[in-house]
Design a protein around this ligand. Structure first.
Ligand code: MG
Length: 381
């Protein structure tokens, strides 16, 4: 028995080495690429995402989202990036183009020096978080492609640990909410959790309508739509009985003391979204919210998002990975970090009808990483 096991291990060991060795022995293998004399070249172009449904949350409605797509080239390799600019974030295609025009990537000839490069990008302007994310995502994609590995592997993460992703149901009349809920639960992605937007005065009607269709677990996002902490607590107690998992941004971001009071009394975790932007916010929100919603367009990309998760875990806070309306480029980039998150809301690419990349998929409701290098996307067309 022992001998058999030893033989098996020996065979397995040989097989593993055999599959690895040929890759390493070719001198032109992507795994052995070292920086040469080339320079990084950044190109970008605007694109308008068409939404499948008019998107309504507590503050506004819209049918399109402007984005900026970019590519970063280096010695035959191309990394892709994206900035998404929902209007309420204060960035536009014009402001992102203005920022990217001022980014001089040609001064760098070693893409592996990511710290140095991204610290430089941070100094170009103190604003423009989405524009910075565009460069950060493209640089991560480029480096992953040069090493011929997906980012989650470079970070040592298991693809088995990805969470289910929610799909968002916006605020609408009951008949339309019913239709959207049916469409969501019948979607080929076989979603296991939905996110319901609240905060426009018809909260119980929204939940009751979704509940008339499905018993799936629900996340709730109020988008700062409540402002009375006592009423908020009352509503959260009711939501707890309706099978809700957590409540995102229940109060306006400025109401920090009320939020700390609410989090202490709330039977459900509270998650900061609009209130939460950069790395330095994480420690500030310990005791104010139970957790944070990390989005690459707020965090300036993957590098800072990864640090946010480390800090949040050290403070025993929940971590959610979210997105804006985005193509599969930025969504697939965020998905690379998702094995580290408790919850994911990575449906941005499922909400649009004109994606330009094929990337990370949702299979049986779960974020499902692939083996493609970098952020895991292929350009369509
Ligand atoms: Mg939100």
């Amino acid at each position: 028995m022992k001998a058999n096991r030893r033989n098996f291990v020996k065979t397995l060991g040989t097989a593993s080495i055999a599959t690895v060795l040929p890759k390493l022995s070719f001198s032109n293998s992507p795994g052995l690429v070292s920086p040469g004399s080339g320079k990084l070249k950044l190109t970008f172009w605007p694109y308008d995402l068409q939404l499948k449904h008019t998107f309504t949350v507590a503050e506004f409605s819209r049918d399109t989202t402007p984005v900026m797509l970019c590519k970063l080239e280096y010695e035959g390799f191309t990394g892709y990036g994206e900035a998404s600019m929902p209007p309420y974030l204060g960035e536009s295609q014009k402001s992102v183009a203005g920022f990217l025009n001022n980014v001089d990537m040609g001064q760098f000839n070693d893409p592996f020096r990511m710290d140095e490069i991204l610290e430089y990008v941070e100094t170009v302007d103190h604003k423009n978080r989405a524009a910075k994310a565009c460069v950060d995502i493209a640089l991560h994609d480029l480096v992953g492609k040069m090493l011929n590995q997906p980012l989650y592997k470079l970070w040592g993460l298991s693809p088995k640990n990805t969470p289910n992703t929610s799909f968002t149901i916006g605020i609408d009349e009951p008949e339309l909410v019913r239709e959207k809920t049916i469409e969501a639960i019948e979607a080929p992605e076989k979603l296991k959790v939905l996110k319901v937007k609240l905060g426009r005065g018809n909260d119980k009607e929204m939940i009751n309508t979704v509940r008339s269709i499905t018993d799936l677990p629900l996340y709730v996002d109020v988008n700062q739509g409540w402002n009375d902490k006592d009423k908020a607590l009352e509503m959260i107690n009711w939501l707890k009985e309706q099978g809700i998992i957590f409540v995102e941004q229940p109060l306006p971001k400025e109401q920090i003391d009320d939020m700390a009071w609410l989090t202490e009394k709330s039977p459900l975790p509270t998650i900061a979204d609009e209130a939460f932007q950069r790395l330095s916010d994480v420690a500030r929100f310990k005791g104010v919210y139970s957790g944070i919603n990390i989005k690459l367009m707020k965090s300036t990309g993957l590098r800072e998002a990864h640090k946010m998760i480390t800090v949040a875990r050290a403070l025993d806070m929940n971590v959610m990975i979210g997105c804006m309306t985005e193509t599969s480029c930025a969504v697939s980039a965020a998905a690379q970090l998702s094995p580290l998150a408790d919850w994911a809301d990575l449906d941005g690419n499922l909400l649009i009808s004109n994606d330009v990349y094929e990337g990370v998929k949702v299979v049986d409701g779960k974020v499902t990483l692939n083996d493609l290098p970098g952020i895991g996307i292929l350009k369509l067309n």
